[in-house]
Design a protein around this ligand. Structure first.
Ligand SMILES: Nc1ncnc2c1ncn2[C@@H]1O[C@H](COP(=O)(O)OP(=O)(O)OP(=O)(O)O)[C@@H](O)[C@H]1O
Ligand SMILES: [Mg+2]
Length: 268
């Protein structure tokens, strides 16, 4: 009897100790999460302020550069003219990069409310905007009716625009572009899935995660234009919506980007 009581006491003591440990672990995780959220916010604010404040001096460099070019155009020797041209091109590229960083930080700093958003309308509008590029690459689009979900419609447009813009950019010169926007079954209840496919140059699957990082590009600027911010914006938009985005590629055959998004959002 005594032994039973003793063993019960030991078990009970162990249970209490486990539960204390668990509580400590939970509160430590909550503290780490809070700290991460804070430093994330700080980093985003920094990116926004830095890129915003860089615009003014850069505007001056470009406008004074333009003035010098106009004023001296007749008298500049060829080498100086070339140098000035390069300087102005670099300043223009920098302006583009700053605009991209601002667009990235605005995903979280200037969000609109989630409202019922018909993804067919989003797709129609984006395809309309991309019409010229579609004609140039003789693109055909295979599409399925998409659902209506609670989302930020402006950001959904940005998401579709970046993914379809990439599909039309990274095409193979020897074949016409085939794009697809299809429904995809998901394992998570309450979510929808969309797969954006193309038959373009594709990429080595080992880069599938890296390409979502800011300024990460797998090709040179002379081959394909761009600064490598589009997919970082896509990931930030999808994460803000509580979803997931992933990429799969096969070199020389094409790429598929899958997006999973919740249908509705709990009210804050
Ligand atoms: N559909 C695709 N097919 C093949 N490679 C792709 C595709 N989409 C993205 N990539 C690769 O991922 C990189 C990152 O894409 P991302 O959209 O972020 O940048 P970008 O298109 O080069 O520039 P930006 O979007 O800023 O104009 C691209 O440079 C390219 O190497
Ligand atoms: Mg892009």
């Amino acid at each position: 009897m005594i032994r039973v009581v003793q063993s019960f006491a030991v078990t009970r003591e162990r249970q209490l100790s486990y539960s204390n440990q668990l509580e400590q672990e939970v509160s430590r995780t909550a503290a780490v999460r809070k700290e991460l959220e804070r430093s994330n916010r700080e980093l985003q604010d920094f990116a926004f302020v830095a890129s915003h404040d860089l615009q003014e001096p850069l505007r001056k460099i470009r406008s004074y550069g333009d003035r010098i070019k106009t004023r001296l155009s007749e008298n500049l020797d060829p080498i100086s003219e070339q140098d000035l041209g390069r300087m102005l091109n670099a300043a223009e590229r920098m302006q583009g990069l700053i605009n991209d960083i601002l667009a990235l930080s605005r995903v979280s700093s200037k969000p609109q409310a989630f409202v019922p958003t018909n993804l067919n309308t989003v797709l129609d509008e984006v395809l309309d905007d991309l019409e010229i590029k579609m004609q140039q690459s003789r693109a055909i689009v295979k599409r399925e009716p998409l659902p209506t979900i609670e989302a930020d419609p402006v950001q959904m447009r940005q998401l579709f625009q970046n993914l379809l813009g990439n599909a039309l950019k990274f095409i193979r010169p020897d074949s016409s572009a085939e794009l697809s926007v299809l429904n995809m079954p998901t394992t998570l209840p309450g979510t929808i899935g969309i797969a954006f496919g193309d038959n373009g140059i594709g990429f080595d699957d080992k880069h599938a995660e890296k390409i979502f990082t800011v300024f990460q590009r797998l090709n040179t600027r002379s081959e394909y234009e761009g600064s490598g911010v589009g997919l970082a914006i896509c990931r930030r938009i999808v994460e803000r919506h509580g979803g997931q985005i992933e990429a799969k590629g096969v070199v020389g055959q094409g790429a598929i980007f899958t997006v999973v998004l919740p249908k509705v959002h709990r009210k804050a």
